[in-house]
Design a protein around this ligand. Sequence first.
Ligand SMILES: [Zn+2]
Length: 63
Amino acid sequence: MGRWKNIEIDYQKDIENYCTLCGAILLRRFWVNENKGKELNFCNPECERLFKDYWLPKYGKKS
Ligand SMILES: [Zn+2]
């Protein structure tokens, strides 16, 4: 199951998160889900759905 994640803006750390599907920069609040033990970040559940329905079947078969 995925979950919403909030990031505290911390200028000491230079963390940048990108959507796994569309590559958009994620700020403040984004959707997180795990795939094979690896945390994946998305804009929202819709991006995750597209990733699983479209991207993984097409490009994710190698592993
Ligand atoms: Zn996205």
